[in-house]
Design a protein around this ligand. Structure first.
Ligand SMILES: C[S@@+](CC[C@H](N)C(=O)[O-])C[C@H]1O[C@@H](n2cnc3c(N)ncnc32)[C@H](O)[C@@H]1O
Length: 295
């Protein structure tokens, strides 16, 4: 399934790309937002794009082939932004975009184990490099207390203790290696009327494990100051978050930088998708965009 970029109009309004400007896209994905930026910065503007997923890099390179060398794509974490900018001799830029989380093809086609609605290996990493941490490693080897902490902190799961007990009991009998196995364990550990049926019982656990596997919050904390240093005065920083923990980090960083007179916040409240966009792209429902002008 192709990824439909979220809040594209709003992203372009806040980034405000002009011909010849250079930008950084921390989360290139399949290149949807970057395509829009490259159109607006023609004929010479460039984008330095990051993605941990080599499949995304391949698809983005293909989708953006017509822009030639105006796309500089790096298959690595955006947490390495400052080093990459120095290596590519790329800064200072007119703006940086971050569109956190996973893409639709990662959820649906790339066998990553992000979805409890598919039977896939319990991986959950954005990275395609060998040796990365996996969700299977966490559920099979971390202590019960560590699993409780992950589920409570990153999933805001009230039943963290019950689910962690279920996991620890199940792994004594059989290694937990698939999404279906884990989903069944969670379903047996929680009451039948979990959250009154509002969300699937595995939703919070899957979110928590994905955040832990990818150190998502640590990466966001690392990239924000690096991004700020890469942007020239008058440039823009735009961040799209999909869960409250991520959004809180962005909000706090913006507040601190604003108090230090380093940025002007352009979005007193986060910008969200219109009803029309949500209808066309349900994924946009949880997106929150925050933007800042660099002083
Ligand atoms: C929501 S998608 C981005 C979609 C993109 N804006 C588009 O229009 O196609 C998020 C992407 O960020 C990547 N990602 C997640 N964490 C990352 C990290 N620490 N470093 C680099 N890429 C990361 C994921 O692999 C995924 O492809």
């Amino acid at each position: 399934m192709a990824h439909v970029p979220v809040l594209t109009e709003e992203v372009m309004k806040f980034l405000d790309p002009k011909p010849g400007d250079n930008f950084i896209d921390c989360t290139l994905g399949d290149g949807g937002h970057t395509a829009a930026i490259l159109h607006l910065t023609a004929p010479k503007g460039k984008v330095l794009g990051f993605d941990l997923d080599s499949d995304a890099i391949k698809v983005a390179r293909k989708n953006l082939e017509s822009f030639g060398s105006r796309l500089v794509a790096r298959n690595e974490s955006y947490a390495n932004l400052a080093k990459a900018v120095a290596e590519e001799n790329f800064g200072p830029v007119a703006g940086v975009l971050m569109d956190f989380g996973f893409s639709s093809p990662q959820l649906e086609d790339r066998n990553r184990g992000f979805s409890f609605q598919r039977d896939e290996p319990l991986d959950m990493s954005y990275s395609t490099q060998p040796g990365h941490t996996t969700a299977a490693e966490i559920v099979n080897t971390w202590t019960k207390d560590e699993i409780i902490r992950v589920l409570a902190e990153y999933g805001e799961e009230h039943l963290a203790e019950r689910i962690a007990s279920g996991i620890v009991t199940a792994r004594h009998h059989k290694h937990i290696i698939s999404t279906v196995q884990l989903t069944d364990i969670i379903k047996s550990a929680v009451p039948k009327n979990y959250e009154h049926g509002r969300i699937h019982p595995a939703t919070r656990t899957f979110q928590a494990l994905r955040i832990a596997v990818n150190d998502e919050l640590g990466s966001v904390e690392k990239v924000l100051p690096q991004a700020l240093s890469a942007i020239k005065p008058g440039g823009r920083l735009v961040c799209i978050s999909f869960h409250s923990l991520e959004d809180r980090l962005v909000k706090t960083f913006f507040k601190e930088m604003s108090a230090a007179h380093k940025i002007e916040i352009l979005t007193p409240k986060p910008v969200t998708a219109t009803e029309k966009e949500i209808q066309n792209n349900p994924r946009s429902r949880s997106a929150k965009l925050r933007a800042a002008l660099i002083k």
